[in-house]
Write a protein of this length. Structure first.
Length: 196
């Protein structure tokens, strides 16, 4: 059985906060995003900061939850601030707090290569695999099946689309609005993770 959780004070605190504020479907998505990204890193022999990546992955969508939804900031920026505040409380230095915020913000931006920023690349890989199925066929079927059994989807695709579409309506200049306009709902509906 694969362990989907990273150990350590920061990892446990991030998971505790995410578990408290995210519903089960959104929480499972965050853990699956980490798992896909970490597995991709192993497949491609990428060195990365595991703690930083885990904290970013687990907290990346908290800006979609009612307590942290900003009326002025895109959800990924609001989520980045949540991560920054949590990690300040954990004693992370300012530069490391800025990095976790940056990784979360960049997951909704243009593609970032592993050479440019490995943790941001891994979060983009992980979220893209989980949200729309991008690259899922490149993961071993046994890995994916085990991950979905441990962290089931629970109607995530539809719930996520509804959350992001609501963001797009209220914040028409944000990255979520561009993602919605690009046909995201159709891609999410076609996600092979929801087949069967």
């Amino acid at each position: 059985m694969t362990t989907w959780r990273l150990d350590g004070t920061s990892a446990r605190a991030a998971l505790e906060i995410a578990s408290e504020y995210a519903d089960p479907a959104l929480l499972n998505h965050s853990v699956r995003s980490y798992a896909f990204g970490a597995h991709y890193a192993r497949q491609h022999d990428l060195a990365y900061d595991a703690e930083l990546f885990y904290v970013a992955a687990v907290l990346h969508d908290l800006g979609l939850t009612a307590p942290f939804d900003s009326h002025t900031l895109p959800f990924e920026e609001a989520g980045g601030h949540v991560a920054r505040v949590l990690t300040a409380g954990l004693g992370w230095p300012p530069a490391r707090r800025a990095r976790v915020e940056e990784v979360i913000v960049l997951h909704m931006r243009d593609d970032v290569t592993a050479a440019e920023d490995v943790e941001s690349h891994l979060l983009q890989v992980g979220t893209s695999a989980d949200v729309s199925g991008l690259g899922v066929a490149d993961f071993p079927a046994a890995f994916t099946a085990e991950l979905l059994a441990a962290y089931p989807r629970l109607g995530f695709g539809e719930a996520f689309c509804a959350l992001v579409e609501e963001q797009a309506v209220r914040k028409p200049d944000c990255a979520a609005a561009a993602w919605v306009a690009s046909g995201a709902r159709a891609r999410v509906a076609a996600n092979p993770l929801d087949a069967g």
